[in-house]
Design a protein around this ligand. Sequence first.
Ligand code: TYM
Length: 298
Amino acid sequence: PRRVVTGIQPTGELHIGNYFGAIRRCVRLQEQGDDLMIFIADLHSLTTRQEPARLQARVLELAACVLAAGADPARCVLFVQSAVPRHAELCWLLTCLATHARLAHLPQYKEKAAAMKEVPLGLLLYPVLQAADVLLYGGTHVPVGADQVQHLQVAAALARTFAHRYGRAFPAPRALLADDGSDRLRSLRNPNKKMSKSDTDPKSRILLTDPDDIIELKIRKAVTDFTPQVTFEPETRPGVSNLVSIHCLAEDKLPEEVVQEAEGLSTAQYKRVVAAALQRELAPVRARARAAALAGLR
Ligand code: TYM
């Protein structure tokens, strides 16, 4: 049987990459009757410095957003990672099977470690904890963005090593990627980079909580190129293509459809169309998130 497991870090505010790339896809899997677990990966957040009270508040904010996006506790399991001590326990068992060489070789680790003077061990072990998160529940399919594929390869390798050493205990999980462009939304300021919570430029991402005027502003300032036509060519025109992807996700359309509809529009005019589509998709989620957050405070 198929079991879907995924985690989201409560570090920084959710952006539309997290929403379209992971959360909304989970909600759709739930609608189709999949066996689904979503958790808030607060232990993973501790790999970078956190202010405890702030982190606790963010866990609740994230829970409110996930509920607002349509996760239904009657049909899926929504929980906080640190409330289940077995994540850390299984992590230790897997740590003894993981090799330093493999972990130190992962690009995300190398990039983050290179920017630090003192590298916490947790940063190196990050993918092992992520493996524990999935293996603990016998997870088979993990809906994530493309940035998590290598982490899931580590998880699958650890499941196999565990089977060799101790006997088969866990299925090897795999990343469940989307085919609609949602697994790789790009930065609005530099379309060669992914949209990221940790980017220092707030205009590089649209937050789930951004009001309509900010959505409009960020889309208007999005970096494109010097060709005015709207086309979908992710390799050669990543900026405009990213806007097309966002538009498609907001309206559940295919790139060909939206490109055809945009015929005759300049990219500047097209940006208004994209902003409007995104505003329509996000407004109800934002309103429900605010209501859920307020209810949580009472
Ligand atoms: P996190 O919190 O960085 O991101 C949450 C989810 O959003 C996806 N994502 C994107 N998708 C499309 N385009 C983007 N620009 C974009 N940016 C982020 C991520 O791929 C992710 O699916 N390590 C994980 C959290 C985690 C986890 C797990 C995931 C901990 N344990 C077990 C799956 C299974 C992370 O940092 O996600």
